[in-house]
Design a protein around this ligand. Structure first.
Ligand code: GDG
Length: 471
């Protein structure tokens, strides 16, 4: 153990708990949670606790590292716990369920048991590190029961929870055999944060209609003897930092851009973790439809799709990978020429700096999830644009980001024709209109950036009196 205690720059010490601890030594993170949180925690300081990413038969003691102002504590997981908790309950039950994909939910009792076991282990491990006036901020669907486990062990600190993914409507949630237990666990937090008003509405409806929660005068909720608050806190990005990265174009990207300019060719870009929630097959089909309906733009446009693999041990992720390889092959086979490949599909992780430059060098950002908590890529694309010649964002109505980004071209990701038409519209859009939309979008994402998100959630949590919180 170290004597370092995690220095907080202001207010009580912050203890962040998430499934994985991000590697704070790296300047680039992949995955929304790591991207959203890493900078904020590095700046404020505190403790970050989570799984180290290692699977060991004998996990041993937690590892404690000091990185800048942050004390990072991580534990390994037993392979069987990883299989039941992470691959099983988190990613084969909760992820599909919360993304409205009941067809992909694979509920099994051992998954549920493994999920509880790991949450108990997390609670036991972090408990000795906690100080009485810490505020604890738990992240995401992997750790819903953590507050209950901490409370059972006598923890009376304020505990907040932020759900990075959508919260489904009550009827849909009711398909999970243990839904009342799951939501009951959420009631143990003092503050529950959602990405959007829509998610918050779904949660409040469940709490009132299915769990008999009462609404207090100050709009707090009360259920199962606990009083708690719930709110919408849309996550943002560090806009200036991203814009700055984008304007430092990498040489490779600049050369590729120059080549396209010479050829009079435009680029549509998509960037996603390879996940069935991101709507990739229909996105490829929409690009194919665009080419089918507009032969005049053949050779004048390409789709660059970056989609690094994730969660490959889950069958539905392996399936989508195969489907996409087939689709891009058949669209390219149908339309390509010796000097034009319509879809460039990259399955590797691209460094963040290069991503930023690629966004700036693209004329259309194509972000079409079937369901998404927020979607940071939509915000990154806007942050990266040059106001003198900005690109156009085509955004799914089912991304949480659509609540804040009405000046994007909003599309239905299930409607291939609608997406194809809007791609065409984006490619034709006059400069004045692009600038008007860009100005409105950048102002909004700057106002609701990563710092504002962190600040609003933490001040809401800190604003709760300890006695309220511990009641
Ligand atoms: C969850 C919720 C919510 C992607 N490919 C590469 C790469 N990325 C980066 C993106 C972006 C992040 O990963 C993905 O964030 P998203 O928000 O789009 O999606 P999820 O990973 O599903 O995140 C989501 C988020 O949490 C935050 O609350 O918005 O709704 O599902 O930053 O740029 N980064 C690099 N190389 C890649 O190839 N470097």
């Amino acid at each position: 153990m170290t004597d370092f205690e995690g220095t907080a720059t202001n207010g009580p010490r912050l203890v962040v708990i998430s499934n994985r601890v991000a590697d704070l030594r790296k300047t680039t993170q992949t995955g929304g949670l790591a991207v959203g949180l890493a900078d904020a925690v590095k700046e404020r300081g505190g403790v970050w606790f989570g799984w180290s990413g290692r699977k060991l038969k004998e996990p041993g003691q937690p590892k404690v590292d000091r990185i800048g102002k942050v004390m990072q504590i991580s534990v390994a997981l037993r392979p069987e716990d990883y299989a039941a908790y992470y691959i099983g309950y988190a990613n084969s039950v909760l992820w599909p369920l919360f993304h409205y994909r009941l067809d992909l939910v694979d509920f099994r009792q051992p998954f549920h048991d493994g999920y509880r076991r790991v949450n108990e282990k997390f609670a036991e491990t972090i408990l000795p590190f906690l100080k009485p006036d810490d505020i604890i901020w738990v992240h995401d669907y992997h750790l819903i029961p953590l507050a209950a486990e901490l409370r059972r062990r006598g923890c009376r600190q304020r505990i907040g929870f932020f759900l990075h993914i959508p919260f489904p409507p009550p009827d849909l949630l009711a398909a999970a055999p243990d839904h009342d237990w799951l939501v009951g666990c959420l009631f143990e937090y003092d503050l529950i944060g959602f990405q959007t008003e829509a998610d918050l509405g779904n949660f409040r409806r469940y709490a009132k209609e299915q769990a008999g929660a009462m609404v207090g005068k100050d709009s707090s909720l009360e259920a199962a003897g606990h009083s708690f608050r719930a709110g919408a806190f849309p996550i943002g990005i560090d806009v200036d930092h991203f814009a700055e990265m984008a304007s430092r174009a990498s040489e490779e990207v600049a050369i590729d851009e120059l080549r396209r300019k010479v050829l009079g060719r435009r680029q549509i870009i998509g960037v996603d973790r390879l996940d069935y929630s991101k709507g990739l097959p229909d996105r490829f089909k929409a690009f194919g439809r665009l080419l089918e309906q507009h032969p005049e733009i053949h050779k004048k446009v390409t789709l660059l799709q970056i989609a690094p693999s994730s969660r490959q041990e889950v069958q539905s992720y392996a399936d989508i990978k195969e489907e996409l390889a087939g689709l891009s092959g058949s669209i390219n086979g149908r339309f390509a020429d010796f000097n034009w490949t319509p879809i460039r599909y990259i399955q590797r992780n691209v460094p963040r700096e290069k991503l930023a430059a690629l966004f700036r060098a693209s004329q259309v950002g194509f972000v079409t999830p079937l369901r998404d908590g927020m979607n940071l890529v939509a915000k990154e694309f806007v942050a990266a644009q040059d106001i003198n010649d900005p690109g156009v964002l085509v955004l799914s109505q089912f991304a949480g980001a659509a609540e804040e980004m009405a000046e994007a071209l909003i599309v239905n990701p299930y409607d291939i024709d609608d997406m194809a038409e809007n791609l065409f519209r984006a490619l034709q859009m006059p400069l004045k209109e692009r600038q008007r939309r860009q100005k409105a979008l950048i102002a909004r994402i700057r106002k609701q950036d990563a710092r504002a998100w962190l600040g609003s959630f933490l001040s809401a949590l800190e604003g709760l009196r300890v006695t309220d919180a511990a009641a």
